[in-house]
Design a protein around this ligand. Structure first.
Ligand SMILES: Nc1ncnc2c1ncn2[C@@H]1O[C@H](COP(=O)(O)OP(=O)(O)OP(=O)(O)O)[C@@H](O)[C@H]1O
Length: 262
């Protein structure tokens, strides 16, 4: 498979920050187009660093990263193919919901009418069509995160990078948003890279989990999650689901034990 046939290819990637901290080492991971891949690993193992480099917001100090066959910086400059969602919704408080979602489209240019139509389409998709004129302060945390997701989707990214987007939400809201995200992913045919600490979340969402070792982050193992989509709530009690959770937890624990005894 050539590089352009992969959504992302991390090849022997290393990152040493200016402070001397080594965040990643020899990190290699190919991601096929249309996959849903989670990065699962202990705090500080370099998950966010890997995501930022894929977005072109930070640069690796070793190895290379290709996104649809190009460098992330080239993609960032030339297109809106990469969308980013952070743990905080990061909405502009003085802009209404619709205006927040229209912002990236406005920055890109195009007709106001078309931009508005697209913003409404994605807000409908995340279940917020009745809140177009609300301000962020009038929304719950889960609703604000939906706006943030809608804003990322408005530019129709081919690759969506999500850095612990549901970490600050209560468990029920988190589960609802997980289901909604999977529906959107399937409908829009995107590739998703999703950072999480949460083993259950990683198994529920992913077609593949990249388990990372503690800092400097390396790839410990890749777990293919062979559970059919669409995935609904019942799957969480399915015996295969439970054994994937055990497998991922064990891989994480083994790495921590190795570090403590090694
Ligand atoms: N801008 C920076 N300058 C210097 N060091 C940094 C910078 N960003 C991250 N680091 C360090 O790099 C390491 C990896 O950080 P990173 O945020 O990528 O980890 P993470 O796995 O996403 O952590 P968490 O799960 O806690 O969010 C950490 O030791 C962190 O302190």
């Amino acid at each position: 498979m050539s590089d352009s046939e992969h959504a992302i290819y991390f090849r022997n990637v290393g990152k040493i920050y200016g402070t001397g901290t080594r965040a990643l080492e020899q990190f290699t991971l190919p991601v096929d187009k249309g996959e849903f891949v989670s990065f699962l690993g202990p705090s500080g193992c370099g998950k966010s660093t890997a995501l930022k480099m894929a977005a072109g917001l930070a640069e690796q100090t070793e190895g290379d990263i290709m996104v649809f066959g190009q460098t992330p910086q080239a993609i960032l400059k030339a297109s809106n193919d990469i969308g980013f969602v952070f743990q905080e919704a990061n909405l502009l408080p003085w802009r209404r919901v619709l205006e927040n979602v229209m912002l990236p489209l406005e920055l890109r240019g195009g007709s106001k009418k078309e931009n508005k139509k697209e913003a409404i389409r994605v807000l409908e998709m995340v279940g917020l069509k009745d809140y177009l004129t609300a301000y962020p302060r009038q929304l719950s945390g889960g609703m604000r995160m939906r706006v943030s997701i809608a804003r990322a989707l408005a530019a129709k990214p081919k690759l969506l990078l999500m850095d612990e987007p549901f970490a600050a939400l209560d468990e029920l809201t988190r589960q609802t948003l997980q289901r909604e995200l999977l529906e959107i992913w399937q409908r829009e045919h995107m590739t998703v890279l999703f950072v999480t600490h949460n083993v259950y979340e990683a198994v529920f969402l992913s077609s593949k989990i990249a388990v990372m070792s503690s800092r400097p982050g390396r790839l410990s193992s890749v777990i293919e999650i062979d559970l059919p989509y669409p995935r609904n709530e019942e799957i969480r009690t399915n015996s295969s689901f439970v054994s994937y959770v055990e497998q991922a937890s064990l891989t994480l624990e083994q790495d921590i034990n190795r570090r403590e005894t090694g």
